[in-house]
Design a protein around this ligand. Structure first.
Ligand code: SF4
Ligand code: FES
Length: 253
């Protein structure tokens, strides 16, 4: 289980050095296990590899039953958020060279959502909150045929940050309020409400503000900043939540 450096190349050679890295993965098979269990794997990796590459190696070369989600492998689809050394990250964006490989690397599913298998959680409660804030443009007037719905650069900039969300759930599942109260909308739903509340082309801001002025809405946020720290897209999640709170108090954007 200890982590050791493997002699894969001589110092003189141009070969890239490989390392033997220990991963301890929290496994759970609902058909067999009553409780999750931690399983060790030693994996040979390069510093340019990512945690996702390590999981692929385990799955393809050691144990094909290891289950996790991934799609794009490039930080776009948001499907591989997981807890890596106790912190929510995307496995495909976490480079081995940025982790302390003198110690084992712990990998487990994100918290606060029902565990289905190994690193896979049931995302339905997360997407239910997302759908509830009506994350789509709702203008009150129809478009003129052949014309775009224009917007100034200044107005577009107001919600630019929250357009970057990839719905990975890293923020929501790092929130202690969400862990203890699964009814809380959570940061990601509020971020996606923000994206439309502050869009000058949209006319349903007050509907969304009413929805979020609920006992499970924005007022449950305790400003712990876990969400902003977890976001792989660098979105200022806590700031977005604060702006929605202010809009609720103003009674409009
Ligand atoms: S705000 Fe960031 S962490 Fe939260 S779901 Fe969107 S991309 Fe993921
Ligand atoms: S696999 Fe798509 S974001 Fe990581």
């Amino acid at each position: 289980m200890s982590t050791a450096v493997a002699e894969a190349s001589t110092p003189e050679s141009d070969e890239v050095q490989s390392f033997l890295v220990t991963f301890i993965v929290r496994r759970f098979d609902p058909e067999v296990d009553e409780e999750p269990r931690w399983v060790d794997y030693d994996v040979e990796l390069y510093s340019t590899d990512r945690v996702l590459d390590a999981l692929h190696k385990i799955k393809w070369e050691v144990d094909g039953s290891l289950s996790f989600r991934r799609s794009c492998a490039h930080g776009i689809c948001g499907s591989d958020a997981m807890r890596i050394n106790g912190r929510n990250r995307l496995a495909c964006k976490t480079l081995i060279k940025d982790l302390d490989i003198s110690q084992p690397i712990y990998v487990e599913a994100i918290k606060g959502l029902p565990l289905e298998k190994d690193l896979i959680v049931d995302m339905e409660p997360f997407f239910a909150s997302y759908r509830e804030v009506q994350p789509f443009l709702q203008p009150s007037s129809p478009t003129t045929p052949g014309k775009e719905r224009t917007q100034s650069i200044k107005d577009r900039a107001i919600f630019d940050d929250t357009t970057k969300c990839i719905l990975c759930a890293a923020c929501t599942s790092s929130c202690p309020v969400f862990w203890t109260d699964g009814q809380y909308f959570g940061p990601a739903a509020i971020v996606n409400a923000h994206r439309f509340i502050f869009d000058s082309r949209d006319d349903a801001a007050n509907v969304r503000l009413d929805i979020l002025n609920d006992k499970e809405g924005v007022w449950r946020c305790r400003t712990t900043f876990n969400c902003s720290e977890a976001c792989p897209r660098g979105i200022e999640v806590t700031k977005a939540i604060a702006e929605v709170k202010q809009a609720v108090l103003r009674g409009g954007r």
